[in-house]
Design a protein around this ligand. Structure first.
Ligand code: TYD
Ligand code: MG
Length: 483
């Protein structure tokens, strides 16, 4: 029998709605995460409501079960803890594992603390895996588990051969794995003294449905590894990639979770690499380690001014001035190189590498207005030697001197170095830690250092084996250098 029109409509309604119910039951739960700070939101927003960054929200799958399990573990943990009055808290000296590389040790604040989680971040190809592998291969006292989610065991062996330590490291175990659950099984079997995860963006937990490298995965994996580190007192070293814009989920999100963040930076085309401590719960953040990437791994640069000294014997050239800068706690000498030429096109070019371009424009305006040099119709190129980026304003005087030297085509004497910040009215302003700077210049065999006037109050200048000349204005420095 044909259904009546009314019955037909009713059936359609039931079918349509039952289908909807099915859909609803299968509906995938998603949330929006900020790739910069990891904040979670139920809907998309153009700007993160926590960190205020624009266009950083990405949608990710979340499973309802995970949030439940996470909540229950938090509840269990909070039950175990008991509030203690401050005087009764036992103070324990952190046990530190001394790393073979002195630079790494220093940046870590004296070694790797047992039970800590350290993140080494940096752009792809900068040498993070090499730094870690080189160090762990030289450790003999502990079993090490190196989990790689990026390279095969053969590739890691090839790198170890290149570094030249593969044959003796029988306490170092390599496993290529990307599942967090499997990694924890391997950890149970090997029972390592140090755990390395290379890289955190390739690891995924089965409890979370989103792809490896997503904010929720990175956070969940790091939280599980942190729990392991704290419970077992095994230090965990995480490697994380960060793009030039710092946009990929990972290091930025992890900064809140881990105990220390070390940033490995430098230009991958240049040899020199800087290891900086950005956050350290067990040491100072103003430490800096310097390495050189060689054919057979990374070489420590214990004397950073070596970068400069290698060219010390060459003839004097115009457009080169040596400045004394401080990065973190370390003073070093660095070369500012400039080229000033008549503009080839109508608009003069200003090209800067390793120095703030706005600051160079400011210095050019000061030279023009206060010192009477006509540079408005000239192309100016500035480069800081060694591929380093310098933000210390004390390099201003060296930058100005290199530009003037190129402009008038007269070399700055090679045994003279400069330090001083240049103010808008052409005055040379005092700089921090002047004694350390003078000591470094004297140590490297400089004859003269030009320092800001009034910077030497309370400093016993007779103890330095170098001539110290004071300059109050840019004109004074020009007179000393080129008169
Ligand atoms: P890698 O450690 O793989 O970088 P990351 O883990 O940060 O992505 O190494 C980066 C580069 O270093 C690679 O391009 C090759 C180079 N390299 C050397 O120049 N010398 C060496 O001894 C090694 C091991 C690598
Ligand atoms: Mg790597």
């Amino acid at each position: 029998m044909q259904p009546s029109r009314h019955q037909y409509r009713w059936r359609c309604y039931v079918v349509r709605n039952s289908f909807d119910f099915k859909q609803m039951a299968q509906k995938i739960k998603t949330a929006w995460f900020c790739t910069s700070c990891g904040a979670e939101s139920s809907k998309w927003t153009g700007r993160c409501h926590v960190c205020g960054q624009w266009n950083t929200m990405v949608e990710e799958r979340v499973s309802a079960d995970t949030s439940k399990t996470l909540k229950s573990t938090h509840r269990q943990q909070s039950k175990k803890q008991k509030p203690i009055p401050v005087p009764l808290i036992e103070q324990s000296d952190h046990e530190r594992i001394t790393m073979p590389s002195k630079e790494l040790n220093r940046v870590l604040g004296g070694g790797l603390v047992a039970g800590s989680m350290v993140l080494i971040g940096g752009e792809p190809g900068i040498g993070k895996s090499t730094l870690v592998l080189q160090n762990i291969l030289a450790i003999k006292s502990r079993t090490i588990l190196y989990v790689s989610g990026e390279e095969s065991a053969q590739q890691i062996k090839m790198r170890a051969d290149r570094i030249g330590r593969s044959s003796t490291a029988d306490n170092c175990f390599i496993v290529c794995e990307t599942s967090l659950e499997n990694i924890m099984d391997h950890v149970d079997q090997v029972n390592p003294g140090i755990l390395i995860v290379d890289s955190i963006q390739t690891i995924a937990s089965e409890a979370i449905e989103s792809a490896p490298g997503s904010v929720s995965q990175v956070r969940e994996c790091a939280a599980r590894l942190l729990k392991y580190a704290k419970e077992s007192a095994v230090p965990v070293l995480l490697i994380g990639h960060i793009t030039k814009e710092g946009s990929i989920a990972g290091p930025k999100v992890l900064e809140h979770i881990v105990d220390a963040v070390l940033q490995f930076e430098g230009d991958s085309q240049c040899m020199y690499r800087l290891l900086r401590s950005i956050k350290n719960r067990f040491g100072s953040t103003s430490e800096l380690g310097i390495y050189e990437m060689c054919q057979r791994g990374l070489r420590e640069v214990t004397n950073p001014s070596e970068m400069l000294l290698s060219h010390a014997d060459t003839e004097e050239l115009s457009g080169v001035a040596i400045g004394v800068t401080i990065d973190g706690m370390r003073p070093f000498l660095i070369e500012a190189q400039a080229l000033v030429s008549t503009a080839a096109y109508g608009t003069p070019q200003r090209t800067v590498t390793g120095f703030d371009s706005k600051r160079m424009n400011m210095l050019l305006a000061v030279l023009e207005k206060r010192a009477g040099f006509k540079l408005a119709s000239k192309d100016v190129f500035l480069n800081i030697a060694g591929g380093l980026k310098v933000s210390d304003p004390a390099l201003d005087l060296a930058v100005i001197s290199s530009i003037l030297s190129s402009n008038i085509d007269m070399p700055v004497p090679r045994k003279i170095c400069l330090t001083g910040e240049v103010g808008l009215s052409g005055e040379i302003r005092p700089v921090s830690r002047i004694e350390q700077r003078i000591t470094e210049a004297a140590k490297l065999g400089m004859d003269t250092i030009i320092v800001p006037a009034h910077n030497l109050k309370g400093v016993d200048t007779s103890r330095f084996d170098i001539t110290i000349t004071e300059a109050a204005k840019v004109e004074d420095a020009v007179r000393i250098l080129f008169a």
